[in-house]
Design a protein around this ligand. Structure first.
Ligand code: CAA
Length: 285
């Protein structure tokens, strides 16, 4: 990108670190904010590992890697995002948490800053309503793993301006990703279709129709999915899957979106998938 815009990323978890990485690789200066310093350190080490792998595979040069790493500045104060052209929020998938972040961003950021949410299911319109700039709030939904996946779902809130939509679309294109515009509805398109499939796969295990391996093998070998739904749930995080199912259930009031009791139990005991070391499968560190 020619004029090195400043991009803020709020939340340095799996999605936030991936989002920071892809913007930094395209020459943006990135402030990666997280209130928890250990999370920031973990994100920096993940980004470094990803880029080192790209260098080893000769997809990225050493100078490009070093520049991308230098473009990311970790931050523990939201004020550092004041002059950002775009801020992407990627904190937990809980409305109250996002609402607090948006209120704070609205207070510290310039009037021109676009506030985007990487929410996977929460209403963009409702989040926008908690700010004084609903015209400059939009959904920018990246897929996991962010450096690999091409899609970014762009969600217009009811008050999102055409100018904000066009600017966001252009940011996505500069990342060499493909923007797909959808309207604001629980789960948008991606998770309205994906999560009920994952939830149904969990029901198959819960009702002993098949083992996790059997369920995943059916979907991989029979439907050509790159990974089975249970391995994918482990990658996404079972807590995130549960939050999305609960948003679909609350949003539509339809029992077809009820979360499987096994999913609830696994989240309650902290079996969250890859990030906790165990979900439907076990992972070594
Ligand atoms: N970060 C960065 N790069 C990664 C990565 C990660 N976490 N995981 C894999 N990659 C890269 C690797 O660099 C690898 O390339 P090289 O081997 O050449 O280095 C490449 O992806 C392929 O990885 P693997 O060989 O390890 O494994 P794979 O061929 O099975 O691919 C996968 C892995 C890309 C994750 C593939 O299995 C896949 O596409 N799975 C489906 C992912 C998906 O559906 N994502 C959407 C989830 S839904 C979502 O995110 C939205 C939401 O709101 C919940």
């Amino acid at each position: 990108m020619s004029d090195t815009p400043l991009v803020g990323v709020v939340g340095a978890g799996t999605m936030g670190s991936g989002i920071a990485q892809v913007f930094a690789q395209k020459g943006c200066r990135v402030v990666l904010y997280d209130a928890v310093p250990s999370q920031l350190a973990k994100a920096q080490s993940t980004i470094q590992k990803n880029l080192n792998r790209d260098v080893e595979k000769q997809r990225v040069g050493v100078a490009e890697r070093d520049q991308a790493l230098a473009n990311i500045q970790p931050g523990d104060r939201l004020d550092a995002l004041k002059s950002a052209a775009l801020v992407v929020e990627a904190v937990s998938e809980v409305f109250e948490v996002k609402q607090r972040v948006f209120a704070e961003l609205d207070r510290v950021c310039d009037r021109a800053t676009i506030l985007a949410t990487n929410t996977s299911s929460i209403s963009v319109t409702q989040l926008a309503a908690t700010t004084g700039r609903p015209d400059r709030v939009i959904g920018m939904h990246f897929m996991n793993p962010v450096p690999v996946m091409k899609l970014v779902e762009i969600i217009r809130g009811m008050g999102t301006s055409e100018e904000t939509f066009a600017a966001t679309q252009s940011f996505v294109e500069k990342l060499n990703k493909v923007p797909v515009a959808v309207n604001d509805s629980p789960g948008f398109v991606s998770n309205r279709v994906l999560m009920p499939m994952i939830n149904e796969a969990i029901f198959c295990v819960y009702e002993a129709v098949g083992t996790p391996d059997a369920v995943d093998s059916v979907m991989k070998l029979g439907m050509n999915h790159p990974m089975g739904p249970l391995a994918l749930a482990d990658l996404i995080g079972l807590d995130v899957c549960l939050n999305i199912m609960e948003t679909l259930y609350a949003g539509f009031g339809d029992p077809k979106y009820r979360a499987c009791p096994l999913l609830k139990k696994m989240v309650a005991v902290g079996r969250l998938g890859r990030k906790s070391g165990e979900g439907f499968y076990r992972y070594s560190s």
